[in-house]
Ligand binder design. Structure first.
Ligand code: SF4
Ligand code: SF4
Length: 378
């Protein structure tokens, strides 16, 4: 049975030591973060920078607390993500979301470089064959995976496994491009993305949301050019289903797990720590151009060295929570007792990726929650 530390977002006493900040500091003390860090070693703090319009990312001060702890332990932290939109624009997005060197006290870098091309291609397995891992992730000896847990239209649930897989894979590998990059995880190949004219009302939402300006309305047709990197964002915003991406959910979840395995195999055993934030649990990914209200109440922060245990605990919590009135969950008439995220995102199977990670040997679904009430010895 694996240990999962838990800091509740509830504050029952109006004293700093009971704050979520203080409880996270206490957990980082207890979890002995120095065991994953050697002196003067670089440590990646992998998170998601969000987007312009989607503000429910992890609050920068939490990243600062984690970064400070790495420094106290002798490590040299940097905060990182892979390219979602053009790199400099994405770094500006990080800045507007408060993720800056000034706020956090650590450099903010793109793990896959200025053009999203810097990566090392590794063998992964039967679904993907090979995948390109962002070079900063491939090379760094230890990593703290800081994930905002929420829903996701394609995977149902997005937390640590998705952060490690999609989030650590480069966006457009230098020599083989989309064949081994993130698009490979979203869609099996280019032919998987299609457009059905008879369903299209030409609202152009797909064109507006495309991060690479690859879609064009030409002579009454929505045309996709070769710059597309297959992120499938256009298919997610299309209100009519005219723009679609085909991939079996089973294959998608197993692909996610396979990529996560490939990434984690670049680290020595015990050199990765996971911190899951169950706050602002909204229905969609932070890469979308907006965000919705949370579908369930804030829960708190989970911390573990076991990716399987922490993901199972996070999903269990969300699925058993009471859907919030006025949220997307109530629009979908999800009632308590339903598996909340799969009821919201019908047809998704997020449990499958967790099961596969357990089968790969990265942890166990059996977990023990250790709740931290307050900061001791401030
Ligand atoms: S979002 Fe869908 S309906 Fe709107 S233009 Fe694009 S394909 Fe057509
Ligand atoms: S999948 Fe759609 S949104 Fe993504 S890059 Fe290609 S055309 Fe643009």
């Amino acid at each position: 049975m694996s240990e999962v530390y838990f800091a509740s977002a509830r504050s029952r006493k109006w004293n700093y030591v009971y704050s979520l900040h203080a409880k996270l500091i206490e957990i980082l003390k207890r979890i002995k973060i120095d065991t994953i860090i050697n002196k003067d070693e670089y440590v990646a703090i992998k998170t998601h920078f969000g987007s312009d319009g989607s503000f429910r990312v992890i609050r920068p001060y939490f990243l600062k607390l984690i970064s400070d702890k790495v420094k106290d332990s002798g490590g040299i932290p940097f905060v990182t993500d892979t390219r979602r939109i053009k790199t400099l624009e994405y770094l500006n997005v990080a800045h507007i979301n408060g993720i800056s060197h000034g706020n956090i006290g650590a450099p903010i870098i793109m793990a896959d470089g200025l053009y999203g091309k810097d990566a090392v291609v590794v063998k992964s397995g039967p679904i993907l064959d090979r995948i390109a891992i962002a070079s900063a992730i491939y090379d760094v000896p230890s990593m703290i995976v800081v994930s905002h847990c929420k829903g996701h239209i394609q995977s149902g649930y997005a937390g640590a496994i998705k952060n490690v897989s999609m989030g650590c894979v480069c966006s457009d590998e230098r020599f083989e491009g989309k064949k081994v990059s993130r698009g490979r995880l979203h869609a099996v190949d280019e032919r998987s993305i299609g457009w059905n004219k008879s369903l299209c009302d030409f609202c152009e939402q797909c064109i507006l949301v495309c991060p690479t300006q690859s879609l064009h309305n030409i002579d009454g047709k929505i045309v996709r050019d070769e710059t597309c990197w297959m992120c499938l964002r256009c298919t997610r915003v299309c209100p009519t289903g005219a723009m679609y991406g085909t991939m079996s959910q089973k294959e998608f979840q197993l692909g996610i797990a396979e990529a996560a395995k490939a990434v984690l195999e670049t680290f020595d055993k015990g050199k990765v720590l996971y911190i899951n934030f169950l706050l602002d649990i909204q229905p969609e990914c932070d890469c979308m151009p907006t965000c919705d209200v949370p579908v369930v109440q804030d829960y708190g922060i989970l911390v573990s060295y076991d990716i399987v245990a922490i993901e199972q605990a996070s999903l269990d919590y969300i699925n058993k929570a009471i859907p919030l009135p006025g949220s997307y969950a109530s629009d979908k008439e999800v009632s308590k007792g339903n598996s909340l995220l799969t009821a919201i995102h019908e047809g998704t199977m997020p449990q499958l990726a967790i099961d596969k990670m357990e089968e790969y040997g990265f942890g166990t679904k059996k977990y023990r929650i250790i709740e931290i009430e307050k900061l001791e010895n401030k």
